[in-house]
Ligand binder design. Structure first.
Ligand code: HEC
Length: 395
C-alpha cells in the first residue's frame, strides 16, 4: 500500500508541473488540435484554464507566413463573410479591398497604409455592421477623467467578430452566409470540432499619441483600425485590445473562454449616475487565478491580460455566469456564454431568429441554463453560432 502513495503524489505533482510550465504546449497545428481531438480533450479536462491560456498564447504568436501578423489577426472578420448584399464571400485567405479612404487617410497620418486595419463597425443609423451596441442593445463608455484624455471621454468601446477557417468553410459549404441560405435550412447546423471564433473589444485611440503611450504601458495590444462614424465619415487610427472571447468546438457544447486586460476598470465605466469603474463580476474564477499568474509571468507581451473563466459542458454547474466586462458589460449578472449561445436558432417559417430575452419584472434577463428542446419547436438550431444573425438577404 505504501508504495502507491509516492506514485499518487508524483502524478499530482506532474499535474501541477503541467499547469505551471506553459511552454510545454506545442502551438503547431493547435487550430486543428494537431489531429488529435480526443488527446486534446483529455489534456483540456485536466485543467481547462491551462488549455485556454495555451490557446490564447498560440493565437497571439506571430503567424510566420503573414508579415508579422498574430495568428488571430489572420482569422476572417465576419464583415467579410456576411456581405452587405448577401453575396458569396471570397475564399478564406482573401480579403475584400479596403475602402480607398482608409489607406489614403492612414498615409496622411503617418500610419502604414499597407498594414492590417481592423474594421470596428459602421455607426450610421440602421447599418447591419454595428460595432458598439452589445447584445443587450447598450454600449460601454470610457471614463470622463484621467487616464482617459478629454477627447475620448464617454467614447464608446468598439468590438468585432472573427472566425477561423473551418468555421468559415462550413458556413460557405452550407450556404448560410446569407439569410436566403438560413431560410432554406431543413436541419440543425453542426459545425466541425475544429471550428473557432473570436469576439474582440477595442478602445479607440485615433491618432492621440499620448493615449497610445499610456495604453501601451498598461500592456494593451495596439492595432491599426478604422470605423465609419455616424455621419458616414471614415475614421482611421489606432485601437487598443481590451477584451477577447475565444471559442472552439472541442466539446459538443463548445468551449467558452474569455480574456481581458486587468487595467480595464481604469478606463471604462458603468452607466450608473455617477458612473463607477466597470469591473468583472464573474471572475477571474478561483481555478483561473493561479493559471493567470503563471502565464502572466511567462509571457511579458500578454502579462496584463487575464483569463476570466471557462465554460464547456451544459451539465457542469460552475461557473454558471461568465462574462467579459467589455463585451457583456451591463448584463454580467445574467450572462452565461454557453446558455445564451445554445439558443442560437432560426425559424424558417417566420424567417426570424429565436429571442433569448426572458421578460421579468424589473427588466430583461437572459438564460443562464440551457433551455429545453420543446422551446425550439419550429426552429433550426444554429449550433451556438449567433454571428449568423449578421447574415443579410441577397440583393
Ligand atoms: C445574452 C446572450 C449572450 C451571452 C450571455 C454571450 N453572448 Fe456571445 N454573442 C451573442 C450574440 C447575439 C452574438 C452576435 C453579436 C453580433 O452580431 O454583434 C454573439 C457573438 C459572439 C461571438 C462571435 C461568434 C459567434 O458565435 O457568434 C463569440 C466568439 C461569442 N459571442 C462568445 C461569447 C462568450 C465567450 C461569452 C461569455 C463570456 C458570450 N459570448 C456571452 C450572445 C451572447
Amino acid at each position: 500500500m505504501r508504495r502507491t502513495i509516492p506514485i499518487v503524489v508524483l502524478s499530482v505533482l506532474s499535474g501541477l508541473a503541467q499547469a505551471q510550465t506553459p511552454s510545454a504546449f506545442n502551438c503547431s497545428n493547435f487550430l486543428t488540435f494537431n489531429g488529435d481531438q480526443s488527446g486534446t480533450l483529455s489534456t483540456f479536462q485536466q485543467s481547462p484554464e491551462t488549455m485556454a491560456w495555451n490557446w490564447f498564447v498560440c493565437l497571439n504568436q506571430a503567424d510566420g507566413s503573414n508579415g508579422g501578423l498574430r495568428v488571430w489577426e489572420t482569422f476572417k472578420p465576419s464583415d467579410q463573410v456576411y456581405l452587405l448584399k448577401g453575396a458569396e464571400p471570397l475564399p478564406y485567405s482573401e480579403r475584400e479591398n479596403l475602402p480607398s479612404e482608409v489607406p489614403a487617410l492612414a498615409q496622411k497620418q503617418g500610419m502604414d497604409p499597407k498594414g492590417l486595419f481592423q474594421f470596428l463597425g459602421n455607426d450610421t443609423a440602421g447599418s447591419p455592421q454595428n460595432g458598439v451596441q452589445q447584445v443587450d442593445g447598450l454600449a460601454l463608455k470610457m471614463r470622463s477623467g484621467a487616464p482617459v484624455p478629454p477627447s475620448k471621454h464617454e467614447q464608446l468601446v468598439r468590438f468585432h467578430l472573427l472566425m477561423g477557417k473551418d468555421t468559415f468553410n462550413y458556413i460557405v459549404a452550407n450556404k448560410v452566409y446569407n439569410r436566403d441560405g438560413l431560410a432554406k435550412l431543413t436541419s440543425n447546423l453542426d459545425f466541425p470540432a475544429t471550428a473557432w471564433e473570436l469576439k474582440t473589444s477595442w478602445f479607440w485611440i485615433g491618432t492621440d499619441q499620448g493615449f497610445k503611450t499610456v495604453l501601451t504601458e498598461d500592456g494593451y495590444y495596439i492595432s491599426q483600425a478604422y470605423y465609419v462614424d455616424s455621419t458616414g465619415q471614415y475614421q482611421v487610427g489606432y485601437a487598443a485590445l481590451s477584451g477577447m472571447h475565444v471559442i472552439n468546438k472541442l466539446t459538443p457544447d463548445w468551449v467558452w473562454t474569455t480574456f481581458e486586460n486587468r487595467n480595464n476598470p481604469k478606463y471604462t465605466v458603468t452607466n450608473d449616475t455617477p458612473p463607477k469603474p466597470m469591473t468583472n463580476s464573474t471572475g477571474p474564477t478561483d481555478a483561473a487565478k493561479p493559471v493567470n499568474s503563471s502565464f502572466q509571468q511567462q509571457y511579458s507581451n500578454l502579462a496584463q491580460y487575464e483569463l476570466i473563466g471557462v465554460q464547456y459542458d451544459q451539465h457542469r454547474a460552475e461557473p454558471k455566469l461568465l462574462a467579459n466586462s467589455q463585451l457583456e458589460s451591463a448584463f454580467q449578472g445574467s450572462s452565461s456564454c454557453l446558455a445564451c449561445h445554445s439558443t442560437a436558432a432560426y425559424s424558417t417559417k417566420k424567417n426570424s431568429f429565436f429571442s433569448f430575452n426572458i421578460d421579468h419584472t424589473g427588466g430583461i434577463l437572459y438564460p443562464t441554463s440551457v433551455l429545453p428542446d420543446k422551446d425550439f419547436v419550429g426552429y433550426q438550431k444554429l449550433d451556438y453560432v449567433w454571428s449568423l444573425k449578421r447574415a443579410q438577404w441577397k440583393r
